[in-house]
Design a binder for this molecule. Structure first.
Ligand code: NOJ
Length: 532
């Protein structure tokens, strides 16, 4: 793969560090634990890692409340551990991306402590402080993404501070040039340590309306997520000026090398606005997470429509990114597939064969389901926002490495920070030696991407097919067909050899004229011999 496009051709993998591998037996995953699994990740065929926050944090929002943007959380290890991870990953051709959280800091960050000290302190205007309305109420009607008002009153200085998330996550003021300069320095600090890029938290939302205008109420036509919050977030997030900041970071990244990559958490539900985060295609984000796709059900019509619109809207030089799970969404095997193994394989085949960069989340490769938990076990501050009241934790529990006590994640007698779930039923060790397993299916799909250049690079062309089936051509020679229905389906005009089927017994089968797919079955067909 040529250097400049490793992240276009490659498969990236999100690690939730607290839950990946615990090297010191304290029940919390850590950086040496990740390093110890690099051989596994190389074996799987992973090209890059995104680590959810690794910086010091009081952990009210599990690392997304940062104390020091240039540090390492002691629970996860030391700076030496991080350097070693980056180095040892590079030895295996794996790049490391960190999570950058520019929207807010922890309220215990020294910038905020100074800011809160007095109205005239040096960092006062690094955050968004405003007087109360004459009746003492908050400056405007903005609501926090995590429920309740987005403003908290400070008795000491008599003003409110803005927080789009927890009160302990005060929002930085991105109209302030000092804030912009401080983050340029953060990017440079990590690039100089060999980090390959960043996933940017709340990339669509860091700049706020300069006049702090009231948000409009949600309407019945709005997306369910907007209705859940109760107002449209046109002023506290989603301001057009955010593009200037992202372009500025792209310029900093490109100074280092075109191999650096910025991937945004662009949580916008309108694809036209989403596509704008790529700028001209070469001057803004390299990749922007596609939430309409993540939130679509595993349905041929709905998903293919998102993909078609995405393909149509992207600037020529921009590159899509496809994800099923992240640490906020719950796991796709449960959310999309109801833990049905056939559906999980179809979903994995889709993620790894669309035109664009796939991001897997740790555990996706073994089809790891959400963990059943009781409300008392939940540590996530936003449990209130999900129907079952369990928040995001069922998708954040420790990785299942083995069926032994401790799940291969931690020591046999250690209580993990979140409950394990059923690691006997689904784990890496059990699947690794079984050629028919989900893990080997995922690995074989990744290997096929390397073998057939059409899979990473070829154009995407949807094909006409029966209701419930989604089929597309990649380049001239590769066809993918997935039957996302409960019926057997007969698909006309299919010819070639099955390179990989979700039913592995069909690998190598010749297809002439038409293809019959069983319910929830998918295949990749190539015009070249499958053993290539
Ligand atoms: C998005 C992150 O993915 C989520 O985990 C976090 O709670 C919020 N941003 C606030 O940082």
């Amino acid at each position: 793969m040529d250097g400049g496009s490793w992240w276009r051709d490659g498969v990236l993998y999100q690690i939730y560090p607290r839950s990946f591998a615990d090297s010191n037996g304290d029940g919390i995953g850590d950086l040496p634990g990740i390093t110890s699994k690099l051989d596994y990740l190389q074996w799987l065929g992973i090209d890059g890692l995104w680590l959810s926050p690794t910086m010091p944090s009081p952990n009210l929002d599990w690392g997304y409340d940062v104390l020091d943007f240039c540090g390492v959380h002691p629970e996860l290890g030391t700076m030496d551990d991080l350097d070693r991870l980056v180095r040892e990953a590079a030895d295996r051709n794996i790049r490391v991306l960190l999570d950058l959280v520019p929207n807010h800091t922890s309220d215990l960050h020294e910038w905020f402590i100074d800011s809160k000290r007095s109205r005239s302190s040096d960092h006062r205007d690094w955050y968004i402080w405003r007087d109360p309305k004459p009746d003492g109420s908050p400056p405007n009607n903005w609501l926090s993404v995590f429920t309740g008002p987005a403003w908290t009153f400070d008795e000491g200085t008599g003003q409110y501070h803005l927080h789009n998330f927890l009160p302990q996550q005060p929002d930085l003021d991105w109209w302030n040039d000092d804030v912009r300069d401080a983050f340029d320095a953060v990017l440079r600090f990590w690039y100089e340590r060999g980090v390959a890029g960043f996933r940017i938290d709340v990339a669509h939302g860091i700049v706020k309306d300069r006049e702090l205008r009231d948000n409009l109420p949600a309407t019945p036509e709005d997306h369910p997520r907007v209705k859940l919050i109760g107002q449209q977030q046109n002023y506290n997030l989603n301001r057009p000026e955010v593009h200037d900041v992202l372009k500025r970071w792209r310029a900093v990244s490109d100074e280092y090398s075109p191999q650096r990559v910025l991937v945004g958490e662009t949580l916008v539900l309108d694809l036209e606005r989403w596509a704008a985060f790529y700028g001209s295609g070469t001057d803004e984000l390299n990749l922007a997470f596609n939430f309409p796709f993540i939130f679509a059900p595993l349905d041929a019509r709905e998903m293919s429509e998102v993909v078609a619109t995405t393909e149509q809207l992207l600037p020529v030089e921009a590159w899509p990114v496809w994800t099923g799970t992240n640490h906020d969404t719950r796991r796709f095997p449960t959310r999309w597939c109801n833990d049905d193994p056939a559906r999980v394989r179809c979903a994995m085949m889709i993620l790894l064969t669309l035109r664009g960069t796939p991001f897997l989340y740790n555990g996706d490769e073994i089809g790891m389901p959400d963990t059943h938990m009781s409300p008392e076990q939940v540590l996530d501050p936003v449990k209130i926002r999900t129907e079952d009241g369990l928040g995001r934790d069922p998708g954040r529990t420790p990785m299942h490495w083995s069926p032994e006590p401790g799940a291969g994640f931690t020591g046999p007698d250690t209580e993990p920070w979140l409950p394990f779930g059923d690691y006997g039923a689904c784990n890496v060790a059990g699947q690794r030696n079984d050629p028919d397993s989900m893990l080997n299916f995922t690995r074989d799909l990744i290997a096929l991407r390397r073998r057939l250049s059409e899979l990473p690079r070829g154009s995407y062309k949807p094909l006409n097919c029966p209701e419930g089936v989604w089929a597309w051509r990649r380049g001239d020679d590769v066809t993918v067909a997935v039957n996302l229905s409960d019926l057997n389906q007969d698909i006309p005009d299919m010819d070639g050899n099955i390179a990989i089927g979700t039913d592995r017994a069909r690998d190598g089968e010749t297809v002439t004229g038409s293809l019959v797919l069983a319910e929830w079955e998918g295949v990749i067909i190539t015009n070249r011999p499958s053993t290539g």
